[in-house]
Design a protein around this ligand. Structure first.
Ligand code: GTP
Length: 532
């Protein structure tokens, strides 16, 4: 080899890898005055990758001895074997260190996890072995040596109703269909009772073909949490049942400071109260607004806004128009509360008050309408007259005319044709009066056969024209009782309601005096009071 360049001897790749050769002159095998290169061969691993170079040196003053070619060819192999063995030893040492550290970490983690009432399990999927931490065993009331480490035994502890679900979930994870294994199920304790547990795990190692090899997981006792959760659900169910069973709609309503509103809860009663579903109601309040009677909507909105601004109890009655039920009355009651962010929150209910409204209406009519003639009775008529007089006294609009009308010789009609026919005549006259009235006018039955009329803003001559029309109608349309024509005349006294009148009775009595004059003068005539 003497005389050959270093590059020629060791090869370019060895030269590149072995920095020692960079200190030598490539064309001179004399490395130093005392040392010369005897030979150099690359040393390779079993897989043929370059490990380094074997360099043979000898002292320069030493007699040159040629090494046998066989020694030179075997030496690199031996060195490679030794080097790889040492490298493997080092790797094993590193792996042990890592394993020791991770075991220590695992132990620390296990202690921390078990401190939180959670157990750990480690399953060798292929062998069917499963190891549980002491904490895991303690959850089920077992001592450390009391639980077998066979997976088939663990399945016997599962609640029969949960077994299929647990195994299916596990299988799905083994097949890589899920990221992790998460289940909640019941498991039998040592004393035979069942506990609810939450089990979570993950396959941590798989074979090259994807087959699961090892799985680690945790188990947490959630029995208390489940019981609490069940009790909470029972409370929610109870509230829901109550709100759904009581008639009407129970609700929670919110209005934000910027005016945005929504129903955050509605009971099933929504289907009857607004003919909507709970889902429709939560979407948008507009669907409800569309159901509210147009005439009642402004007052409905005002009631809500007032309740919000003053935090006053909300009580309001309004009409709704529904696709199936038609026009119905609703009553809304709710208590408002202001939240820290400025939002107003109401809890309340809406009920159907249509029937009550109908009865109220009937009572109102009974109290104000004359049953026989269906026009206002004396009490109601006098009430309206008082309002009219107050308007005149305020100077709001012109004075009104007051007419007192009395059927002539009515006693004779009763006596001749009977009381029922007399009733017919009274109804007939009331009908004629009603037909002649404008919207602003009103009439009332103020006595047996006495009727009074107020013509709003009318003067004496307008009132006289009205009275003449009434007399004409009575003349031209006499009552026909079972084919018998019953002619009836009417006497009318007219007066003007004046701001100076102390009350409505004073105005009415002036027209009554004019009526008296009409009777005195022969009946079937119209007399205007002397002072109007
Ligand atoms: N059928 C009927 N008769 C009534 C009713 N209320 C009062 N009367 C009768 O009306 C009659 C009134 O009689 P009078 O007060 O003498 O008056 P009149 O007979 O009309 O005589 P003048 O008013 O003077 O023309 C009485 O016979 C009452 O019984 C009623 O509701 N129905």
């Amino acid at each position: 080899m003497l005389g050959r360049s270093t590059e020629e001897i060791v090869g370019a790749d060895v030269l590149l890898e072995a920095s020692v050769f960079r200190q030598t002159s490539p064309d001179n095998t004399m490395l130093t005055p005392q040392l010369c290169l005897m030979g150099c061969v690359p040393v390779r691993r079993a897989g043929q990758s370059l490990l380094g170079g074997l360099i043979l040196l000898q002292r320069a003053d030493h007699a040159y001895t040629r090494l046998p070619e066989q020694v030179l060819s075997e030496l690199p192999g031996m060195i490679s074997t030794i080097a790889e063995y040492r490298a493997d030893q080092k790797k094993i040492q590193v792996a042990h260190d890592i394993s020791r550290k991770s075991h220590a970490n695992m132990m620390r983690m296990a202690l921390a996890i078990e401190g939180s009432a959670t157990g750990i399990w480690d399953r060798d999927i292929q062998s069917g072995e499963i190891h549980y931490s002491p904490g895991w065993k303690a959850i089920l009331g077992y001592a450390d040596n009391e639980v077998s480490n066979r997976i088939e035994d663990s399945y016997t502890r599962l609640h029969p109703e949960d077994r299929a679900y647990v195994q299916d979930t596990m299988q799905a994870h083994f097949e890589g269909k899920t990221e992790s294994y998460v289940v909640e199920h019941r498991v039998r304790c040592k004393d035979g009772s069942y506990k609810w547990i939450s089990s979570r795990g993950k396959v941590v190692s798989r074979a090259e073909d994807g087959k699961p090899l090892r799985m680690l997981g945790t188990t947490t006792d959630i029995t208390t949490m489940r019981a609490l959760s069940e009790r909470l659900q029972q409370s929610v169910d109870l509230v829901t049942c109550l709100t759904n069973e009581v008639p009407g709609l129970a609700y929670q309503y919110r209005m934000q400071p910027d005016g945005k509103e929504c129903f955050s809860y509605v009971s099933e009663g929504i289907r009857d109260i607004y003919e909507l579903t709970p889902a429709q109601m939560k979407e948008c309040v507009d669907v409800i607004h569309a159901r509210i009677h147009a005439e009642d909507f402004p007052a409905y909105r005002a009631a809500i806004l007032t309740s919000s601004s003053r935090l006053e109890h909300l009580h309001h009655e309004y009409r709704v128009n529904l696709p199936q039920q038609g026009m119905r009355w609703r009553q809304m009651d709710a208590r408002p509360r202001r939240l820290p962010d400025g939002e107003t929150l109401w809890h309340g209910f809406i009920t159907d008050v249509t029937e009550r409204k109908r009865i109220e209406q009937e009572l109102q009519e009974l109290a104000t309408i004359d049953f026989l003639t269906q026009i206002p009775n004396r009490r109601s008529f006098m009430g309206r007259m008082e309002e009219e007089l107050a308007r005149i006294q305020r100077g709001a609009g012109k004075a009104s005319a007051v007419l007192m009308c009395d059927l002539d010789n009515f006693k004779i009609i009763n006596d001749t044709h009977g009381h029922a026919v007399g009733d017919l005549v009274l109804r007939h006259f009331a009908h004629i009066l009603d037909d002649e009235l404008r919207k602003t006018d009103y009439a009332g039955r103020v006595g047996g056969e006495e009727f009074a009329v107020v013509l709003a803003g009318a003067n004496v001559s307008e009132a006289t024209v009205f009275a003449q029309r009434v007399q004409k109608q009575m003349r031209e349309t006499p009552v026909n009782a079972n084919g018998q024509i019953i002619p009836v005349t009417v006497s009318i006294g007219i007066a003007v309601m004046q701001a100076s009148d102390i009350d409505a009775d004073v105005s009415l009595s002036r027209s009554d005096m004019a009526l008296y004059q009409a009777k005195e003068n022969g009946r079937n005539r119209i007399i205007v009071a002397v002072d109007g």
